[in-house]
Design a binder for this molecule. Structure first.
Ligand code: CDP
Ligand code: MG
Length: 688
């Protein structure tokens, strides 16, 4: 870390004592530069008021516009206050601040480490799934809400923490909602613990009622007016409209950066390419989405060289989680990828869907941070008023709750009906989750956690995947199932560029293809990567995403640790054993027997039990349509696709999941008749 000399004037002012209390080193010049900026953030003007309120209350609710300094400053204020106490009573106390998004946790932690003039991972660190960047020195930790929930499993009273800050509470993610209920209980048992709830929108009434008695502190934003412009007619293609709007802004509007809201990685990369094609290097185009490498993410904060106009094309991560300075124009497509769940057929899926009015307000607000701005909504005013719902539904009402129920059970909350949900999920959804967990063997008939369920809850994975890992030693293939699970837990490893190289990329992918399906193809890729010594050049030549492979390797290591903890054997069949792949496919099915589809006589796939028509996703590597398949993902787009698909045999269903494929409670369907035949065949064989 750079240790710059301090100008004489400053030294005099502070009696030459400008020493960082965390490192004992003299503050760098950069520290002082940032400090100037920090002091002008709205929250700084209410620092004393905030600390006073926190001293006098166990829970404080803080509401302030995005960009007012909540995420970066408040935890530091808290830390200062805690530290004063800790000096009197030298016990180690941690301040934790949750973030719904992994990217935000990492990026904000780096920023705050810089602000405090310490190295990331030392005094300031972060913990996200599969990555822990903290040390014994850490006093301020940013972590995803999901990780705090996991910590509560082993440390139910969260003893390590002195103060917990739940940030971005308005996002109402599933994990944050569970933390609300959980922390309410913890606070009753730990009078010394303090809780700060931070939110960007004024839906605070709900929080106030829920945390009754907690004071509300408002940080006035310093928003400039934002002019809202709607389209006259509905846009047929929002992507094309967005690109056209960016070009128009660049040609006709005064200087100022542009922020475009689209829905996902592919679309964003596509838009970036098209904008560059149209405007060349007149503008500086930067993408922003969660799977972007951290170095690239950092780029959005860099000022453009030579005052070129910056165009950030982002998912809704920039709606409130990350603040980019200098934005004057916002282009709002009106869409975001959102999780939806249909409990009647157990389909959870990410779907591009219209945003809420509240989201649209937030997006517009991004334009008025530094000066008056403009927001171009790519939909009509009528549509805004009549088609958009006023608030986004909390995630808990849009999710498969199997994982949630398992977590809560592990936390000792078995009477879910009595859990203090801010918005209780539908009983049908809870019942379905309980049922699924019984089928998976995680809960017994009375709803108690089984030994297997206990283990499943320790894996930071969906119960199905955890189950598959736990049973894999029985199929003598835990090595392979570890690799497949790791590959399924990271972003897509196949790079598929647009244009000429696409054919080449598809050919490269086909070389890894396994005729029995995508799970095995992923395994082939992982093996080839290891055989080629994790070589970056090899990845490049084979259109494989090196970063995805590196994280898969990391995930695999972490999962292996959990396996070892439970003494689950790490083993493989001999590769020449004719059952090598059969064993793997059977292990896959033991976890995913609820995600099976059957080919009917007309050549369509129907999901077992629910009879939904689904199609193999174009990315599927199989060149034929096997009668039975398992799938990893149900993707709702223009059609219902099943993605990452592998061939299994119908008879296995009777072996692996007889309780689920129990005919008397199977709905009448062609699939049922086929299963009947399989059962009869088996009986005849047994009689012989
Ligand atoms: O949480 P809130 O939206 O209230 O604000 P914040 O995230 O704490 O951001 C406060 C200021 O820090 C903004 O002006 C950001 O632009 C700046 N910041 C930054 O320059 N670099 C980062 N990586 C994060 C924040
Ligand atoms: Mg924030």
């Amino acid at each position: 870390m750079e240790v710059a000399s301090i100008p004489a004037k400053k030294k005099a002012k502070t009696n030459g004592m400008v020493v960082n209390k965390w490192t004992g080193k003299v503050y760098s010049r950069r520290y002082h530069e940032i400090l100037e900026k920090r002091r002008s953030l709205p929250v700084w003007f209410q620092k004393d008021e905030f600390l006073q309120t926190l001293r006098n209350n166990q829970t404080v609710i803080l509401v302030g516009e995005t960009g007012s300094g909540k995420t970066t400053q408040i935890p530091q204020f808290v830390l200062e206050a805690v530290h004063v106490e800790a000096e009197k009573n030298p016990r180690k106390w941690l301040v934790g601040c949750t973030q719904p998004r992994r990217v935000a946790a990492m990026s904000v932690a780096s920023r705050v480490a810089e602000e405090m003039d310490v190295s990331i991972g030392e005094e300031v660190g972060y913990t996200v799934r599969f990555e822990d960047c903290t040390s014994s020195r850490t006093v301020l930790k940013y972590l995803t809400d999901g990780m705090l929930l996991r910590e509560a499993m082993t440390d139910p009273l969260l003893q390590r923490y002195k103060v917990i800050v739940l940030d971005e509470a308005h996002e109402r993610t599933l994990a944050t909602d569970l933390l609300f209920g959980l922390l309410k209980r913890v606070l009753r048992n730990r009078p010394d613990l303090k809780l700060v709830i931070m939110s960007a929108t004024l839906e605070a009434k709900k929080f106030l009622e829920y945390f009754s008695g907690a004071p509300l502190m408002k940080v006035p934003g310093r928003l400039h007016p934002v002019e809202i412009l709607y389209t006259q007619e509905p846009e047929r293609d929002y992507l094309e409209a967005a690109i056209r709007t960016v070009v128009q802004i660049h040609m006709f509007e005064p200087p100022g950066d542009v922020l475009v809201f689209l829905t996902g990685e592919e679309e964003i990369e596509d838009a970036c390419r098209k904008i560059v094609n149209k405007l060349g290097d007149q503008v500086n185009v930067v993408p922003l989405y969660s799977t972007l490498p951290p170095v690239m993410q950092q780029k959005i904060f860099d000022p453009s060289p030579e005052n070129r106009r910056k165009v950030v094309v982002s998912t809704n991560i920039s709606e409130t989680s990350l603040t980019i300075d200098g934005i004057v124009y916002v282009v709002d497509s009106g869409f975001a990828k959102q999780k939806i769940y249909n409990p009647s057929n157990r389909v959870e899926s990410l779907l591009v869907s219209p945003i809420s009015q509240a989201s649209a307000h937030q997006r517009a607000g991004r334009a008025g941070r530094t000066q008056p701005g403009k927001c171009f909504r790519l939909y009509t005013e009528k549509s805004f008023n009549h088609d958009l719902q006023s608030q986004t539904y909390p995630e808990i009402l849009r999710s498969n709750l199997a994982n949630t129920v398992l977590t809560l059970t592990k936390l000792g909350i078995d009477n879910l009906v009595c859990f203090d949900f801010m918005d209780p999920p539908a009983p049908q959804t809870l019942a379905r989750a309980l049922n699924d967990l019984v089928y998976l063997g995680a809960l017994d008939d009375k709803g108690n956690l089984t030994k297997e369920g206990e283990m499943m809850s320790e894996f930071p994975l969906d119960p199905q995947m955890a189950k598959m890992l736990i049973v894999s030693p029985e199929f003598n293939c835990s090595n392979e199932i570890l690799s497949v699970s790791a590959m399924l837990s990271v972003p897509n490893c196949f790079i598929r560029p647009k244009g000429e190289a696409q054919k080449e990329a598809d050919e490269a992918k086909a070389r890894f293809g396994h005729i029995d399906g995508d799970h095995l193809t992923l395994l082939n890729v992982y093996h080839a990567y290891k055989q080629n010594n994790e070589d970056m050049k090899w990845c490049y030549e084979n259109f494989i995403n090196h970063r995805a492979m590196k994280s898969a390797d990391n995930v695999r290591k972490q999962l292996m640790k959990i396996m070892s903890k439970f003494n689950l054997k790490i083993c493989s069949s001999d590769f020449n054993n004719p059952n090598y792949y059969v064993n793997i496919r059977k292990a896959l099915l033991t976890g995913y027997f609820m995600q099976v589809a059957h080919l009917d006589r007309t050549g369509r796939y129907l999901t077992a039990k629910d009879d939904q028509v689904v199609h193999l996703h174009p990315s599927c590597c199989m060149d034929h349509k096997p009668e039975w398949v398992i799938y990893n993902e149900y993707a709702l787009t223009s059609r219902n696709f099943i993605r990452t698909v592998t061939y299994i045999r119908g008879e296995w269903l009777l072996d692996v999941a007889p309780h689920y494929y129990h005919l008397p409670n199977f709905p009448n369907s062609e699939t049922k008749r086929i299963l009947e035949k399989l059962y009869n065949k088996r009986e005849r064989k047994n009689l012989k």
